[in-house]
Each structure stands twice: as structure tokens, then as C-alpha cells.
Design a protein around this ligand. Sequence first.
Ligand code: FAD
Ligand code: 2HG
Ligand code: ZN
Length: 472
Amino acid sequence: MQQSLEALAGVVGAAHVLTGSDTARYVVDERGLFHGRALAVIRPADAREVAEVVRVCVARGVGMVPQGGNTGYCGGATPDPSGTQVVVSLERLNAVLAVDANAYTMTVQAGVVLAQAQAAAAQHARLLPLSMGSQESCQIGGNLSTNAGGLAVLKYGTARELVLGLEVVLPDGRILDRLTTLRKDNTGYDLKQLFVGAEGTLGIITAATLKLHPAVGRHTAWASVRDVAAACALLADLRALSADAVTSFEYISAHSLGHVRRALPALTPPLAAGEHHVLIECLDPEAEPREESAVTRALAQALDTAGVEDAVLAQNETQRRALWRIREGIPAAEKALGGSIKHDVSVALGDVPAYVERASAVVRARWPEARLSIYGHIGDGNVHFNVLAPEAADADAFRRGEGAGISTALHDLAHAMRGSFSAEHGIGVLKRDTLGHYGDPVALDVMRALKERLDPRGLMNPGKLVPVAAAV
Ligand code: FAD
Ligand code: 2HG
Ligand code: ZN
């Protein structure tokens, strides 16, 4: 072990091989659900050093756990408890390499924090549309490795749709250079997409070229609606009326708003009443938020229907930010109230009202005291159906005792509706066996074949994502 550490220090410098208590923040996940131990945390400076680190680890049979901002929800960036694996932190690969405003592209190292990448694009009057509540910490490499979704997928797609090129260190230490800015390149398999959503099991992403969009004005509204079906109808109408200008359409139940009010009292929801709320954002090339335009007229017309109970339009950037802070505050509020059992499901858009209704009925019938927090990106069919322990109950004990039963019931329901048990947060260790349970056997077989071919010794993020094959 000591020899491995010395060899790694020879690559990155002794100051970038962290051991003992210096590893503390790298070995626990954001929610505090996964606690690992690491032989060391290795902090390489560039792709060449990452490749050399991988070669040293392979030669000595050391497992590697790539880590970005460590904001992931499935334990994918946490080492196991053995103390034999190294965490490979990408945090020093944090340079924005190029922004080409004319070509609408940017090239960044994998460790660039999402908010910094957004700011770099904005300096060139361009928009990097990937956005999420964790954007001040999560990194581009982590976003791509989880194929992150977030708040503007409706218009711009998930991380997968924003990537043009990648540089990846393979599990044998070779560097795969696909860092292209080409929009068209049909020269064989689209290899970069293999690593998007692979959660570090097939290699370590060291740089990426991303697509940018024009930075345009936005209009943001908050509405209370009669029910979830009315929310879905509102979205359909607004898309048609606004020539598809809707970039975000977020559902927020009164339960989730209640948690925010309680845990984050400085945040004031704009509409006091109502069981069902939506936060809507539209892009508008014509106008600043307060000016009237075709998009504001479309918003006003769409909001003037029987299903909408009340609505407000942000009048300026301060009001817009205040609305988003409430929506983005929900995970923090849940955490402050003891944490939640999270369900990141997706179903067909038309099935969202039925899923919410049936899932609510299941929980009310079997766990009547549990508290719900239902919200999410319903414009993408993605519902965060989170369950909190009953008031005054021990949240950890509730999670340990009831968590598996609740999750099985809610995932079974999504599966029965041909939905997904993981819309945007990935698999990691948390949902690896769930993937084994619901996954199509042929798809699982192909995943295992890819993993075995690229990483025959199983040293690249061991134990994550790929379910163990059933014994025959
Ligand atoms: P990490 O947590 O460090 O790693 C995640 C996985 O990717 C691990 O398996 C890790 O091994 C691997 N990995 C990381 N970097 C690399 C790399 N360079 N090469 C290869 N593998 C790598 N997610 C959403 O999709 N949508 C949301 O709206 C959203 N909101 C969130 C809000 C909050 C408050 C929080 C705490 C999390 C949220 N997330 C959301 C989850 C999380 O932020 C995303 O999954 C994010 O993409 C993870 O990025 P990261 O850099 O933190 O990755
Ligand atoms: C969001 O949409 C994130 O805010 C977090 O995906 C969801 O905490 C959650 O359950
Ligand atoms: Zn989400």
C-alpha cells in the first residue's frame, strides 16, 4: 500500500495525495447516506496525470473512484468501506479551455464547476442551459457522468444532448481523444455517448466540448392550478401559444412548499393558497422581463383558463431569482427536516397525474403518518416523489425500517406504468440492485459485456451501476 502511495505521489506530487483525516470530505456523500474509507484521495492536475494515475493503479490492482463535486444522490462517488480504493478527484482540472461564441461551443476541463461554466458562457453572451440546484458545487465531468437533467431539459435536453466531444482516460490508462467541436461526424460508433451516464465505470472524463445557445431574455411565472392534470394541460397550451418558448415547467405540491416555509422561513412563496403550483419559465428573444411581447401575451392567455387558480409574473430579475430560490430550496428544506426517502421517477407525460394520484394513495394507505414532498420537472415526466418520516419520528430509523418497502411500492408503480425508477439521478450503489431487478435482461447483458471488455479487472469505480449477474 505504501508503495502504491509513493508511486502515485511520484505522478501528482506528495501534496496531492491526501490520506487520513484529509480525506474526510471525499468519503461521505452529500446526503450522508454512504460512508466509505479511502487508501488516499489523488488530485491530478491534467489528463496526462490522470492517465498515469490509472496506469499505476492498474499495475497494482487498486480500485479507482472518480469524483467530481460529490453532489451525486446515489453514492456513485463514494469509495467502499475497505480502505483499499483511491478517490480520483477531478477538482484541479478546472480550466475553461475555450469559448467560441460564433460556433456556440465551449471546451472545459472536467473539474470545472457548472456555475463557473455557465458564467464563462455568459461572458460571451451565450447560454450553457444545463442548470440545477447543486450548480455551485457539481462539476461538468460529474454532470456528464450522471447524464444530469435539471431545470431546463424541456427545451435543451439532458447533459447528453449538450455534449459535442469528450476526452476520456480509459480503464487501461489510454487517452481517448474525441474532444471535437464537429456538429456532424458519422465516422462509426458515437463513442462519447458511451461515457455519458456511465458514472465513472468505463473511464474518467477529463475534458468536454459543450453546445451553447443564445443568451436571451426570460419571463418567469408562478401559478397555482386546480390539480396535476391542469398543470399538464397548461403546459401543452403554453407550448402551442408561445411557439414552444417554454424552457422550464416545474411542479411544486403544497407539501413541498410547506417544508420550505418551515425549514427556510426567509423564503416567502408568492401565492399563499393552493394545493398545486407550477413555476414556469419561457425564453423571449424580444423583450426584457417587464416588457410586453408575444411571449408575455401567450403566457397571459395560457394562464387565463379554468384550471389556473391564480398567477404572478416576475417583474424583474430579483423577483425571478426569488421564485427560483423557493423551488431550488426544496431539497435543502427536506434535508433540514431530517432528510427524505427519494424517488426520482419518470413516466409518460400523459401518465404524470395518474402516477401522482396512485403513488399518493399507496403511501396514505400503508404509511398514513408519513409526510410527502412531491415536486419536479413534470414537463419532462419526471416526478420527485419524496417521503419524509412522520412528524417527531426518528428520520434515520424510519428510513432504515420503512425505506425499502416504500421505495419498492413506488418503483413498482412506475415500472407498471412503463416508467423509470431513475429519471435523472443515476444508479450508483443506491439503485444498482434495483437496476438488476427491473432492467431488461438483454440490456443488462450488453452493459456487463461493455464493462468487462473495457475494464476487465473491474478497477474503474468498482461495485457501481452494473448489477452483479445472477448465478446460474
Ligand atoms: P459526483 O457526485 O462527484 O459523481 C457522480 C458520479 O459521476 C459518480 O459515479 C462519479 O464516480 C462519477 N464522476 C464524477 N466525475 C467524473 C468524471 N470526471 N469522470 C468519470 N466519472 C465521474 N441532479 C439532476 O440530474 N438534476 C437536478 O436537478 C439535481 N439537483 C440537485 C440539487 C441538489 C441540492 C443536489 C445536492 C443534487 C442535485 N442533483 C441533481 C444531483 C447531482 O448534483 C448531479 O447528479 C450531478 O450531475 C453530480 O455531479 P458531481 O460533479 O457532483 O458528481
Ligand atoms: C431537484 O430537482 C433535484 O431539485 C433534487 O433533482 C431532487 O432532492 C431531490 O429529490
Ligand atoms: Zn430534479
